[in-house]
Write a protein that binds this ligand. Sequence first.
Ligand SMILES: Nc1nc2c(ncn2[C@@H]2O[C@H](COP(=O)(O)OP(=O)(O)O)[C@@H](O)[C@H]2O)c(=O)[nH]1
Ligand SMILES: [Mg+2]
Ligand SMILES: [Zn+2]
Length: 312
Amino acid sequence: MDGLVIKNTGSWYVVRPLDGGIPIDCKIKGNFRLKGFRCTNPVAVGDVVTIDCKPDGSAFITSIKPRRNYIIRRASNLSKEFQIIASNLDQAVLVVTLAHPVTNTTFIDRFLATAEAYRVPVVIVINKVDLLVEPEDHELLVAIAHLYRTIGYDVLATSTLSGEGLDSLRAVLAAKTTLLSGNSGVGKSSIINALVPGARLRVGDVSESHHTGMHTTTFSEMIDLPGGGVLIDTPGVKGFGTIDFERNEVAHYFPEIFAESSHCKYGDCTHTHEPGCAVLKALEECRISQSRYASYLSILEEDPDNKYRKPF
Ligand SMILES: Nc1nc2c(ncn2[C@@H]2O[C@H](COP(=O)(O)OP(=O)(O)O)[C@@H](O)[C@H]2O)c(=O)[nH]1
Ligand SMILES: [Mg+2]
Ligand SMILES: [Zn+2]
């Protein structure tokens, strides 16, 4: 029987049969491994799997259908193992805030670069806009929204308090499978509660931060949206942006830097010091933003020896 993995508890998986039957708790066989995957969880939410139901009521996942895409993160900071956060995504929503807390732009840009690398479109949701009351707060909102829209990302401004932007967000999510990401405290649970009557997720839950240590467990879950579409919630997972890139690949995942780079004098230009670098010229002429370029450099400098690679 084939089914969709709708929940990963860390110990077992909940699989909803494609024929519409009730969800079944499944284990995986001890030696179940995907070729070439150094992964802590071989099966992910969003996977379509074949399951084997035993007469005693137990059920096992025996194979995974090929994935259209997926998103991974490093299992912990220094680990060589990876977790697949979710697969077969239409898009990711990155929830950010400009106040309480401030999401830093490097985090945003790492997330976007990782999503580019795995070909997952991202919509940026700036939440808690009700807190942006001072004129300078509002100017910042306009500037950030303009920056990312210019690069090509959709940007929404929302407030779960006032309800602003929630209809636009509903429209973006309709009939799609969306990974919901963002730092702790930006309002992900509040957004789910606003969109899904009866969801009643705990809000303001600080326990999430305890899950960021060495032994992070992935608890991902699909949440059905009224009117179609699903959200994949990943409490305890800080999001992605923790993979490594090959040095000469980094620019590929910054669309506006990549666009300029075709005009650089040297084909192997790193856009840091080279004469005739079109990226540095664009930076000088403010066609590439300082903050984006700083994020590019921060990723580049993380791996000066090019030790690490995108794992798969
Ligand atoms: N002012 C304001 N506070 C919000 C908004 N959305 C969520 N919050 C608050 O932000 C805190 C964290 O929200 P939560 O949904 O738990 O964030 P999560 O960690 O991303 O799931 C809670 O105290 C919420 O009440 C919003 O739009 N405006
Ligand atoms: Mg939460
Ligand atoms: Zn260059």
